[in-house]
Ligand binder design. Structure first.
Ligand code: AMP
Ligand code: MG
Length: 317
């Protein structure tokens, strides 16, 4: 269990990252990609370790309680660190309870449905954690920056009016509200990278042969739309940070710091759900005692009647 001090430390840590619902975000002005909260990397590693341990414990509780699910949405510009964040945050959890879904250019079948359809199919089940590597937010980000992508979505004329983006924000907020009201909690993380740090990471991908596969000419083309993306992200954060599913802007120029933030956000949500192992009722407890009695009676000559209890010095349970 997390002690009170840890719970407070995590809550205080994530507070400055939250986009206040109803506020008007101007990314470049409001959030510094190089922020690291006065923390040294060494302290950070220790905190990440605590986070990973808590995550493992609370994931097991979440699965056992089986009433709530958690969806983490990761958004970032190219080289923002989504893959590495997922790898680090999820180290140490049980893979059975976690599902990672990446979203790329939509397929023909996906384009034949409403734009939320493909995301709905990847939602977590109760007891599970799902991670979206890119998410339904691409529908108001890449599609907004490149409106020609809308043409491929085969919308009827009445769905393409001047209020299209406003309607999408509203639909997304309503959808997320519906999910939270039904026990599914969202953790929305924007990894906020600076243009200079993106340049450095691209160069590293070009310079190191084992990183070449991560780089494509399209990444350079997208970089030319930097300002358009900053505006699309700012609008999206302003319109869709809600009391039930707020956005968190995570400074991403220092990878280690971004990973701590992502881990802290997920842990914070799990602590807030506070899932418990179900307790068995009187009748089941009686059946357990009877089964224990039978199993003990089967102990071979010379073996402890209950090796587990003997080892842990426990009496009859
Ligand atoms: P990556 O995540 O780097 O493998 O790239 C996936 C690509 O798919 C990115 O260039 C995204 O912009 C693109 N993408 C993701 N979602 C959508 C979408 N809904 N419509 C169009 N392109 C998308
Ligand atoms: Mg890419």
């Amino acid at each position: 269990m997390a002690d009170r001090q840890t719970v407070k430390r995590i809550a205080d840590f994530i507070e400055p990252l939250r986009v206040k619902p109803g506020s008007r975000v101007h990314l470049a002005k409001d959030f510094d990609p190089g922020f690291k909260g006065g923390m040294k990397k060494r302290e950070g590693v220790e905190l990440l370790h605590t986070g990973v341990k808590l995550l493992a414990e609370y994931q097991a509780r979440l699965a056992a309680q089986d009433t709530h699910g958690v969806l983490m949405c990761l958004q970032a510009l190219d080289a923002g660190g989504k893959d590495g964040t997922i790898r680090h945050v999820m180290s140490g959890v049980n893979p059975q309870g976690v599902h990672v879904s990446g979203f790329k250019v939509p397929s023909a079948e996906e384009l034949d449905h409403d734009y939320l359809w493909r995301y709905a199919q990847r939602l977590p089940a109760r007891g599970d954690i799902a991670i979206f590597n890119r998410s339904h937010y691409e529908e108001v980000l890449v599609v907004r920056v490149h409106p020609e992508l809308l043409d491929r979505q085969k919308l009827p004329p009445e769905a393409r009016g001047p209020d299209l983006w406003h309607h999408r924000y509203r639909a997304i907020n309503d959808w997320e509200r519906h999910l939270t009201e039904n026990g599914f909690r969202l953790v929305k993380v924007f990894l906020n990278l600076s243009k200079e740090e993106q340049r450095r990471r691209f160069l590293k991908r070009i310079d190191l042969p084992e990183k070449n596969w991560k780089f494509s000419a399209a990444d350079i083309r997208e970089r030319e739309y930097w300002d358009d993306y900053q505006k699309a992200f700012s609008d999206m954060l302003s319109a869709t940070s809600t009391p039930w599913a707020p956005w968190y802007v995570v400074p991403a120029d220092h990878k280690w710091f971004a990973r701590i933030c992502a881990s802290a956000l997920l842990v914070h949500t799990l602590l807030d759900i506070d899932p418990q192992y179900p307790e068995v009722d009187k009748k089941t407890r009686k059946a357990l005692r009877a089964a224990k009695h039978d199993l003990e009676a089967e102990a071979p000559e010379g073996a402890a009647r209950d090796p587990y209890a003997a080892k842990h010095r426990k009496g009859r349970g």
